[in-house]
Structures are given as structure tokens and as C-alpha cells.
Design a protein around this ligand. Structure first.
Ligand SMILES: Cc1cc2nc3c(=O)[nH]c(=O)nc-3n(C[C@H](O)[C@H](O)[C@H](O)COP(=O)(O)OP(=O)(O)OC[C@H]3O[C@@H](n4cnc5c(N)ncnc54)[C@H](O)[C@@H]3O)c2cc1C
Length: 254
């Protein structure tokens, strides 16, 4: 099995503060991490490799410092990484062409795993765009994946219901966070991962496409969170009762 996992370096959205005067998110100095569902994607890839053997390659389009985050994925169990620094102006179209171009350069792949969406931009476009560019089948929102001899069977999470779907190889699968619990690498695995390669491929090596963005992000606005600062100081039972009433009033409890 040749497996590719797309993993994006994102700002840790839980750490973003909003400037109350401008209403803009403060992005400077916010820690970076691998997008949550990309770790689910890798965990699923590792499970497939453990059962069927093969190789896992991580693909990241991102700034050079993304290499540091990719090391964590190598420690989890990926075999190698490829980092593609994007041109100065990038959008979904550009990033999808870079990822699909890198996959064509790799040449042989059976399964491509992506997260269903990234935690920062959350467009959910990348998997479907890549499958379109490679002209291969895609299975989105997978919450369970079983790899068999000549096909993959996946259960798609559609909220109220699930749909079982199968596909021949090669196939692109986007996974939900319910699919598994990503493993934490052991100290031995972290040490061993330092000898695993992370290649850097310039954009010009992966595509001859003119990388001109088709969309322009005009503005990013934060949604300031306001606390009510209600403090219940009476008897504990009374306080819990009031708290439950208040939560029900605002629709948190029914
Ligand atoms: C370095 C950098 C510079 C950017 N500059 C601009 C800009 O100037 N203007 C602008 O509008 N947007 C910019 N973007 C944002 C870019 O348009 C989107 O982040 C990107 O197209 C992915 O969209 P998404 O996060 O909504 O992906 P989704 O479709 O929500 O992500 C789904 C899955 O696709 C995969 N994936 C997504 N992005 C990547 C990636 N970069 N590498 C590997 N796998 C990935 C992951 O598996 C992810 O879970 C930039 C992004 C990067 C990484």
C-alpha cells in the first residue's frame, strides 16, 4: 500500500484572541500545530499500514517552519514527509494544484487520506478538489474505513444516518474526527523519527500550472466572546438549581 496523508500546519485557533477595538483576530505569535483531523487521517493510514504493510508519505503545503510540526507525524508512524512552500499568493485552487502535482510526482498511490476540513479555514474543499484533479474516486466524511484485497469499504457519517460505500484503488478519503483516536508517539518513536526524511520540493517541481489564485480573501473578522460573569454565592444546591435554570434559558440544556 502506498498511502499519502495531506497534513496542514494551522494556527491553533483555540489560542486566537480578538482585538476588541478593531474586531480583528490577533494572529501574530499564535502557536502553530497540525490540523486536528489530519492526525486522524494519519492514524487511519497507520492502521492500514499495520495490517497490509506499505509506506506513508506526509504532504504539506506550508511555510518552512512546518517541518517542525511534520516531525511529530513522522514520530506517530509516517515514513517520510514532503514540504512544498507555496507562492506568495495562494488560495484553494493553488494549494490543490500543488498537492495534486506532488501526488503525480510521487506517481504511485493507493489511498490518499485528508481531514474532512482544516480547523482554521474549514472549507472542506481540498480533498474533493484533489480527487477531481487526479480524476480518482473520493469518499468524504468517512467515520470507518476497511481495506480489503482490491477495494476499500468506508462508512460515511451523514449525521442522522451513515452510508456504506466501496471503491477500487486509488481512492481519496476524507475522514471525520470520530474515526479514531490519534496515538501519542512514544519517546523511542520520537527519537527514531529524527532519521526519517522530510524533502522540500519547490512549487515549480510539482506543477507547470500557472499558480494564480482565483479567490481573494478580503477580510477576516473575529467574533468576540463575551462572558456574563454571573457568580452564584448562595447555598450549593440553590446555586446548582439556578445555574441549571440559566443554562436552560439560554438553550444549552433542554
Ligand atoms: C502557507 C499558506 C499561505 C496561504 N496564503 C493564502 C492567501 O494569501 N490568501 C488566501 O486566501 N488563502 C491563503 N491560504 C489559505 C489557503 O487558501 C487554504 O488554507 C487552503 O487552500 C486549504 O483550505 P482549507 O484550510 O479550507 O482546507 P480544507 O479543505 O478545509 O482542508 C481539508 C484537508 O485538506 C488537507 N489540506 C488542506 N490544506 C492543506 C495544506 N496546505 N497542506 C496539506 N494538506 C492540506 C488536509 O488534509 C485538511 O484536513 C494559505 C495557506 C497556506 C498553507
Amino acid at each position: 500500500m502506498n498511502i499519502i496523508v495531506c497534513a496542514k500546519q494551522v494556527v491553533d485557533v483555540a489560542e486566537i484572541k480578538v482585538d476588541s477595538s478593531t474586531k480583528k483576530p490577533i494572529l501574530v505569535g499564535v502557536p502553530q500545530k497540525i490540523s486536528d483531523m489530519d492526525k486522524n487521517a494519519l492514524e487511519e493510514a497507520i492502521k492500514v499500514k499495520e495490517k497490509h504493510g506499505g509506506k506513508i508519505t506526509i504532504l504539506t503545503v506550508g511555510a518552512p517552519d512546518a517541518k517542525e510540526r511534520m516531525k511529530e507525524l513522522l514520530a506517530m508512524g509516517a515514513d517520510e514527509g514532503v514540504l512544498i512552500p507555496p507562492p506568495e499568493h495562494a488560495d484553494y485552487h493553488v494549494i490543490a494544484h500543488l498537492l495534486a502535482g506532488a501526488m503525480k510526482k510521487i506517481g504511485s498511490y493507493d489511498i490518499i487520506f485528508c481531514g474532512e476540513a482544516s480547523i482554521d479555514m474549514f472549507s472542506g474543499q481540498m480533498g474533493p478538489r484533489i480527487a477531481g484533479l487526479l480524476n480518482i474516486p473520493q469518499i468524504t466524511y468517512a467515520q470507518q474505513v476497511t481495506v480489503e484485497q482490491n477495494k476499500v469499504v468506508a462508512e460515511r457519517n451523514l449525521g442522522e444516518k451513515a452510508v456504506i460505500i466501496e471503491s477500487p484503488f486509488p481512492v481519496l478519503i476524507t475522514v471525520t474526527k470520530e474515526i479514531n483516536q490519534p496515538r501519542l508517539p512514544s519517546l523511542m518513536a520520537i527519537l527514531a523519527s529524527s532519521s526519517k526524511p522530510i524533502h522540500e520540493w519547490p512549487a515549480t517541481d510539482v506543477t507547470t500550472e500557472a499558480l494564480v489564485p482565483k479567490l481573494q480573501t478580503m477580510d477576516i473578522k473575529g467574533i468576540p466572546m463575551q462572558r456574563k460573569n454571573i457568580i452564584y454565592q448562595n447555598d450549593l444546591d440553590q446555586s446548582v438549581g439556578k445555574l441549571v435554570d440559566e443554562l436552560a434559558k439560554v438553550g444549552v440544556l433542554r
